[in-house]
Ligand binder design. Structure first.
Ligand SMILES: Cc1cc2nc3c(=O)[nH]c(=O)nc-3n(C[C@H](O)[C@H](O)[C@H](O)COP(=O)(O)OP(=O)(O)OC[C@H]3O[C@@H](n4cnc5c(N)ncnc54)[C@H](O)[C@@H]3O)c2cc1C
Length: 512
């Protein structure tokens, strides 16, 4: 059987039958099989928006050879005596645990929150009543921040192709749409993620992995750079290796690690607001029309030099999605965004943030602990403003002009809006950069200035980063690893999972 890759442009509303005809015409043959290798939307010319497809065709009438198979993650299994305790069941911790369990280690996964089924109920209750559940919220609980995320699986990280491939295959095996293998901007959707997380848990348990929910890592017993025990309340768990993958929201876990001598440094991150628009407005700006057959909803990615000192960019765009109350603790008020697979909501939202270093915010050099204190205080000040989980908001034009909003617009945010001088609530350096960036965005995306801003968006990435050796171990430690977004080396679902997988593979290699 011969093989050939061809590239085809098709209209957005194409059907499989049409595509087959196009391939047949292109290759002048009738008998063949085919699969999509990659698919991206070309919307550069509004009058000619189309899908660009790379298609692999197999046929006895073709001469070419199949492409060399891509390198895959090789997880060597043998029965091993070592135990690994992993903290955090987000993408980093879960995938580290899965790989180690597949390699024959005895793994225990500690998760402070509840399993996904109860977590979904806790979040639904919060959005209905405003009663926050510390064990079941947008950040904490089974699957971590990844579970009720938007489920966009794009990543700009380099050198993670094997890990990415393993992650994508695992997701598809657990029920994610197969198209995530070839879409240029793969998206699972918040509604699909719950099932994926549940099925992954079942697979992990079937391999012998153990998950303990509602179990918070509170301390580490350390002797001469070697962690001996993980302490979770009354429980003490001994192990050979310890991986801590707490995400970037668990302040007390960060503080415990720093207190136990785990070295961190401060790093660039970004804060700001979340912008919300009518989805039709974004569709019209991007496509020239309000609906395009075969495409769910228009996206945008915007970057501006801001005020020349701090880059301003859109972040985690959720077409047809919802702005969600992403509080991590009872008296913190922050927002984030998500969308379901069909992306058919009436609103579009995306972070609108300014890149900044903690030293620039504080106006002096700060320690990692001070950076965390500063950020937590800002998050608390947004809660204090509303005195609940109503999102402080203003329109984009209010923000630029510094005028209080006069009326409350429609929004996807479930817990209501509270008019607020966001420009005064954010640090002046951030406000100045955002004002310049917002003006720029309005020039580049027609109608952008008609949107509203909700605050606070503070979870784009961690403001601190652990110090690591080349093999991933924490500097000064023999058997302790900090993985995922909380380590400061990853941001987003795929790169966090890849970081967890890489760390797991370092342990596998060491124990060959
Ligand atoms: C609403 C929302 C939408 C998002 N959308 C996207 C998106 O579309 N695409 C994307 O790539 N990224 C998205 N993200 C970000 C993404 O979810 C994170 O980057 C990713 O989940 C980080 O993975 P992680 O495993 O490092 O940490 P997390 O997913 O944060 O997981 C950490 C886990 O550790 C647990 N934990 C913390 N401390 C302890 C402790 N002491 N003891 C026990 N357990 C502990 C927490 O409960 C949590 O379950 C979104 C995030 C949110 C909140």
């Amino acid at each position: 059987m011969g093989f050939k890759i061809i590239e085809i442009k098709v209209s957005t509303g194409y059907s499989d039958a049409e595509l087959k005809q196009r391939i047949a015409k292109e290759l002048r043959m009738a008998e063949f099989t085919w699969q999509i290798e990659s698919k991206s939307l070309d919307a550069r010319k509004k009058s000619h928006i189309h899908w660009l497809l790379r298609i692999g065709v197999h046929s006895s009438a073709l001469r070419g050879k199949d492409p060399e198979p891509k390198g895959t993650l090789d997880i060597p299994y043998k029965k091993r005596d070592q135990r690994v305790v992993i903290t955090g069941s987000g993408p980093a911790g879960f995938f580290a645990a899965l790989v180690l369990q597949k390699a024959g280690f005895d793994t225990i996964l500690l998760e402070r929150g509840t399993e996904v089924e109860r977590r979904a109920l806790g979040i639904a209750q919060f959005e209905k009543t405003g009663q926050f559940n510390p064990l079941a919220n947008y950040s904490f609980g089974e699957g971590g921040a990844g579970t009720f995320s938007d489920g966009k699986l794009t990543s700009r990280s380099k050198h993670i192709s094997r890990e990415r491939d393993f992650f994508i295959s695992s997701y598809i095996d657990a029920g994610a749409p197969a198209e995530i293998r070839y879409m240029a901007y793969p998206h699972v959707g918040s509604d699909n993620l719950r099932g994926v997380v549940k099925r992954l848990r079942e697979q992990y348990r079937a391999l012998g992995g153990e998950i303990r929910f509602e179990t918070t890592l509170t301390n580490l017993e350390i002797e001469k750079g070697r962690v001996k025990e993980a302490v979770a309340g009354e429980e003490r768990i001994q192990a050979d290796y310890f991986i801590v993958a707490p995400g970037h929201s668990a302040y007390e876990t960060y503080r415990m690690l720093i207190g136990r001598g785990v070295p961190f440094r401060t790093k660039n991150f970004a804060i700001g607001t979340r912008a919300e628009h009518r989805q039709e407005l974004i569709n019209k700006a991007q496509w020239g029309i309000e609906r395009l057959p075969g495409v769910k909803a228009a996206e945008y990615r915007l970057t501006s030099d801001g005020d020349g000192k701090h880059t301003v960019y859109s972040f985690c765009m959720c077409p047809g999605g919802m702005v969600v109350p992403a509080a991590t603790y009872r008296d913190i008020n922050i927002v984030n965004g998500m969308s379901n697979y069909r992306r058919n909501g009436r609103f579009a939202n995306a972070g609108c943030v300014a890149a900044i270093h903690p030293d620039q915010l504080a106006g002096r050099q700060v320690t990692p602990l001070e950076a965390l204190d500063w950020l937590e205080e800002l998050e608390r000040s947004f809660f204090a403003f509303s005195n609940d989980y109503q999102a402080p908001f203003c329109t984009i034009s209010d923000f630029i002009a510094g005028t209080e909003p006069r009326e409350i617009p429609e929004t996807s945010y479930p817990l209501g809006l509270k008019p607020a001088p966001l420009w005064n609530m954010l640090p002046p350096v951030v406000t100045n950069a955002l004002r310049a960036g917002l003006k720029d965005f309005d020039q580049r995306l027609k109608g952008y200035g008609k949107g509203i801003l909700l605050g606070l968006e503070s979870k784009t990435s961690a403001p601190i980063q652990v110090l690591r050796e080349n093999n991933g171990v924490c500097s000064g430690f023999e058997n302790l690893f900090v993985a995922g977004e909380g380590s400061g080396y990853a941001g987003g679902i795929v790169s966090s999972a890849a970081d967890g997988i890489k760390i797991a593979m370092q342990i596998v290699e060491k124990e060959q």
